[in-house]
Design a protein. Structure first.
Length: 470
């Protein structure tokens, strides 16, 4: 019996030794893998900034961002920032390398595959972009984000590739979450046109007419759709309307706005400010534009662009100063005259409320003068007629005001606000029937966020009651 116990003990000891050796080998192998993984990443060198003698400030800025990666080669945010800096300054090949590394280090972040898709789409590689867009959607869903833009981009890419049913499914999912999403409406309009459903296309396009990112293209599409429906009158109306509208802005995109924040080139900084403005982030847009004003003392554009945003923020005094500077630099530009007339109109109303009526009257007269200067340069500018009419109304020149506001509606009948101001003056002058017609049209066409809509509804209710009493 004793010899059996000794044998068992010896065997057990040998197995324990063997097991210990195996465990040591496994731990060593795991450590080796981790070490190799760390050092292979650490040895990855970020792309070199291409030399550009025409734009040394771009190279200097991006090189500064690149040094952050060299200091922290395993930090996904550093790689992502470098990719954004490359992309914002038109170095796509270098950006792609950075976003690939950022995604490897941070696989749950939706930005990195989205930016890779953006680069591929810029290069016309729509099919290749699809997997990156799908990965983006998966990661956004996991983060419970309300950013619908990647899904809309995926839908538009599928539509361009002829995969209409898949595209429509994505557009409808977005509308189920955001019923007033103009980009989804426009996508469904295009999909409906592709299958010859002109009436559905028209319905969706009508939801796009008040968006600065879609109104011109929606008008052009409506002209074609109305022609298909045999409605020649509306087809011509929308063609004319499209010819008067400014080019559409880019669709708002939170991820694009992020990378444009790294732009050094002037045109990309303007684009960044525009994207922030379109997203309603006016204070941030103004912050992007202020340095451009300082850096470009002989350029009217940053002053005009910043003044427009400050006007929307209610900072009319600073907006007036900038527009007067812009007028000195570019007296031939219609937009400078128009926006100065609009700001002067606002300033005059503010000053009138303080009881300084003589000073307010002087500003109203100057607002009318600047509107006339704009009209001398562009005789069919409906909004310049609007400021002219409102300035004349404030000065007590009611007949001249009515004439100007009628002309505003004739020039730009597609803008609900002009119908409202005309309807208001008609109502004040006792022209109740025509006032009701203009107010009804204004309310019907008004965008949901129109600040004057409630005033129009109250005025219309008053006119209806007046009619009943008569």
């Amino acid at each position: 019996m004793n010899w059996m116990i000794r044998l068992f003990w010896i065997c057990s000891r040998r197995w324990a030794v063997r097991l210990g050796v195996v465990l040591l080998l496994l731990v060593g192998a795991a450590g080796t893998v981790l070490w190799l993984s760390y050092h292979s990443s650490a040895e990855t060198t970020p792309p070199v900034v291409p030399a550009n003698p025409l734009e040394p400030e771009v190279a200097a800025f991006v090189e500064k961002v690149r040094r952050e990666v060299l200091r922290a080669p395993r930090a996904p945010q550093a790689w992502g920032h470098l990719g954004q800096a490359f992309l914002a300054n038109e170095m796509e090949q270098e950006a792609q390398i950075c976003f690939t590394e950022a995604e490897r280090l941070d696989p749950d972040n939706p930005r990195w595959p989205y930016y890779q898709a953006v680069i591929l789409l810029n290069q016309g590689q729509q099919e290749a972009a699809l997997p990156y867009l799908q990965h983006t959607l998966e990661r956004i869903a996991g983060a419970a984000s309300d950013n619908t833009v990647p899904q809309l981009v995926l839908a538009e890419t599928l539509l361009a590739l002829g995969r209409r049913e898949e595209a429509e499914g994505h557009f409808r999912q977005v509308l189920a979450r955001q019923a007033d999403n103009v980009r989804a409406h426009y996508g469904l309009a295009r999909a409906a046109s592709a299958r010859g459903d002109w009436q559905t296309s028209r319905t969706h396009l009508l939801s796009c007419l008040d968006s600065p990112s879609a109104q011109q293209r929606a008008c052009l599409q409506l002209a074609a759709v109305c022609q298909r429906l045999g409605d020649a009158a509306h087809a011509e109306k929308y063609r004319q309307q499209a010819s008067r509208l400014p080019p559409d802005r880019d669709w708002p995109d939170p991820f694009v706005a992020e990378y444009l924040a790294w732009a050094v080139k002037k045109r990309h900084r303007y684009r960044h400010a525009e994207s922030l403005e379109a997203a309603g982030r006016l204070t941030e847009a103004a912050a992007v534009l202020r340095p451009l004003v300082q850096e470009n003392p002989k350029d009217d554009l940053p002053r005009l662009t910043l003044a427009k945003i400050l006007g929307r923020l209610g900072q009319s005094s600073e907006a007036e100063k900038l527009l007067r500077e812009a007028l000195q630099l570019a007296p031939e530009k219609v937009q400078v005259h128009y926006y100065l007339s609009l700001v002067l109109l606002t300033r005059a109303a503010e000053i009138a409320q303080t009881g300084q009526h003589d000073r307010a009257a002087a500003l109203y007269r100057e607002a009318a003068q600047q509107a006339q200067e704009a009209l001398a340069l562009k005789p069919d500018y409906g909004f310049a007629y609007m400021t002219l009419g409102l300035a004349r109304k404030a000065l007590g020149q009611r007949m001249d005001a009515l004439t100007a506001l009628r002309q505003a509606v004739r020039c730009n009948p597609e803008h609900a606000e002009l119908h409202f101001y005309l309807g208001e003056v008609l109502a004040e002058d006792g022209q109740s029937d025509e006032a009701r017609e203009q107010l009804e049209q204004a309310i019907e066409m008004a965008p949901p966020q129109a600040l004057w809509k409630s005033a129009a509804q109250k005025r219309l209710a008053t006119e209806i009651q007046r009619r009943k009493r008569e």
